[in-house]
Write a protein that binds this ligand. Sequence first.
Ligand SMILES: NC(=O)c1ccc[n+]([C@@H]2O[C@H](COP(=O)([O-])OP(=O)(O)OC[C@H]3O[C@@H](n4cnc5c(N)ncnc54)[C@H](OP(=O)(O)O)[C@@H]3O)[C@@H](O)[C@H]2O)c1
Length: 322
Amino acid sequence: MQYVKLGSTGLDVSRICLGCMTYGVPDRGTHEWTLDEDAARPLIRQALEAGITFFDTANVYSDGTSEEIVGKALRDFARRDEIVIATKVHGRMRPGPNGAGLSRKAIMTEIDHSLARLGTDYVDLYQIHRFDPDTPVEETMEALHDLVKAGKVRYIGASSMYAWQFSKMQYTALLHGWTTFVSMQNHYNLLYREEEREMLPLCADLGVGVLPWSPLARGRLTRDWGTTTGRSATDAFGSTLYLEGDRAVVETVTRIAQERGVPRAQVALAWLLHQDTVTAPIVGASKPQHITDAVAAVELRLTEKQIEELQAPYTPHPVAGH
Ligand SMILES: NC(=O)c1ccc[n+]([C@@H]2O[C@H](COP(=O)([O-])OP(=O)(O)OC[C@H]3O[C@@H](n4cnc5c(N)ncnc54)[C@H](OP(=O)(O)O)[C@@H]3O)[C@@H](O)[C@H]2O)c1
C-alpha cells in the first residue's frame, strides 16, 4: 500500500479509502443492499491487513449502524493512532425540527452521536455531506472550527456541491481565521467527469485533497453493461446517476483490462489514481476480491495511450450526485 498526504495537510492516508456505506443493518435506513456486521467484519479486517488505514462512513448510512459496525471492527482490529476515520454530517437523522442540516445545533448534536456510535473520542476527518442553503455559511464554518478546537475533530472536509459554494465556505473560514476544509469528497469516475470543469481545478488551486466517491460508478465499470447484482437492483440513488451513452466507456475499460490481463475494476481505479488531483478513491467492497483489486490498482501503471482511450468516449452528463 502507498500512503500520501491528504491535500496540503501533514496527515498520512492510504491511497485507497474503504467506503463503509456498504456496511450497515439492511433494514435500517435506505440501503437495503448493505452487509450486516458478521459479513462486514472480515472485509474490514482484510482491508487493514492489506494496509488500508482510511475508512469513510456517515451518520446517515444505514441509520447510524454503519458507524457502529465500523467503529467496533476498527476498535477490535486496528490501532486508533494509525487509522483515519472519516464520517459526515448533514443528512436527516430524525423527523422534525433540527434533525438534519448544518446549523450549529445540528452539528454539535450529530458529532456527539457519531462519536458515541463509533466508540471513539475524536473523528479524524469530519465532512459536511452536502451544502445547506438554509444555514448561513458563517454559522456552519464557525461550528466546525469549534469542533476542531474542542478536540472532537482533527480535520474538516466537504462533499458534493457546486464549486462556488465550496469556494464561498472556504473563503469565509479564511476571512475569520477559522479552520478550512482539507478535502473534497465528490462524484468522480470514468463515467462522470463533470467535476473536471470547476471543482477539481479549484481543489488543486486551494491544495485540497480529492476523495472520489463511487469510483467504480457503483459497479457499472466492473462488469458488462446491463448486468445486475443484488445491490444494483435495489440501489435507487445509483440508478439516477448514469446514462446509456456510458456503455462505450465500459466497453473500452473491458478491452483495456483484457489487454492488460487484469479485472476491469483495476483499470477503472488505476485511471483515477493517475489523476493528479486525486488523493484516494473511496471504494465500496462487498466481496474479498473487491479489496484485492483496489489494492492492486495502486500499482497498475497505465500508458498515456490507454488513458487517452479510456477518456475518449466520455459523454457529458447533467450534474448528478449533489
Ligand atoms: N459523499 C457522498 O455523497 C457519497 C455518495 C456515495 C458514496 N460515498 C462513499 O463512497 C463509498 C463508495 O461508494 P460505492 O460503493 O458507490 O463505490 P464503488 O466502488 O463505485 O461501487 C462499489 C460496488 O462496485 C462493485 N465492485 C467493487 N469492486 C469490484 C471489483 N473489484 N470487481 C467487481 N465489482 C466490484 C460492487 O458491486 P456489487 O456489490 O453490486 O457487486 C461494489 O458494491 C461509499 O461506501 C461511501 O463511503 C459517498
